[in-house]
Design a protein around this ligand. Sequence first.
Ligand SMILES: C[S@@+](CC[C@H](N)C(=O)[O-])C[C@H]1O[C@@H](n2cnc3c(N)ncnc32)[C@H](O)[C@@H]1O
Length: 258
Amino acid sequence: MTSVAAMTREWDATTYDSLPLPHAQWGRRTLDRLAPRGDERVLDLGCGTGRDSEALLGLLPHGRVVAVDGSLRMLERLRERLAGRLDRVEVVHADITGPLPVTGTVDAVTSVATFHWLPDHAALFRGVARVLRPGGRLVAECGGRGNIAGVSTAVDEVLGPQPAVWNFAGVQETERRLREAGFTDVEVALAPDPARLEPGSQLLSYLAVVVLGGQLERLPAEEHEAFVRAVAGRLPEPVVDYVRLTISATRGPGGTRT
Ligand SMILES: C[S@@+](CC[C@H](N)C(=O)[O-])C[C@H]1O[C@@H](n2cnc3c(N)ncnc32)[C@H](O)[C@@H]1O
């Protein structure tokens, strides 16, 4: 088993897939923007349980997917989902805050709901540029500036000042980081996309499994339930106030600037 550094953690993959995830829609929109030809090798960064890797396989009848994630439980679920089709999938367990674990180059890179978990986007984009062939595209989305502000306020009220868990970047800094990493045709946008959940157990599970895992791993297990209930109780409505950062960029012809 690969040793994966401290920037990763385990996710409850079964509960994750049982929830009404807006991620499904974000994934469809991201792959619509990617629109591959069908014979490419595409890297899915933070592939999770493989929903978008599976859709990619459908869009790539003559291509391959490199599916990378830092959670073994997420990857176990991906392997179940893609059973019988794994001959066209390279499944990699790795921390993507480090050098991207890709042999050779890929034709495109995609990612859904993952980049905001990574503290250094400049390093991330340089790493993507290193594995992406010149002319290849990065098409991704993640939480951006202002994402889940209401949930964050509730977390701060409950826990007090804490080290940052999320990295919600803005448009201009993301454009600059992409250009500095050697990307051209850079398009970045921010848009609100709130998700309404059922009050009660669905909201509590959603917060615990999808949103608050970073805080929960810092708390003793016996405090988890009370913490999630306290955050949920401070939300004016059972709504997670998402703001999404969408990214499209093309790897320029030159080498990467480091
Ligand atoms: C919200 S989930 C999104 C999963 C999937 N893309 C989706 O849309 O359902 C975020 C994923 O990013 C992965 N992740 C977060 N930080 C990571 C890191 N440093 N290295 C590798 N994977 C990471 C998590 O393990 C998790 O599967």
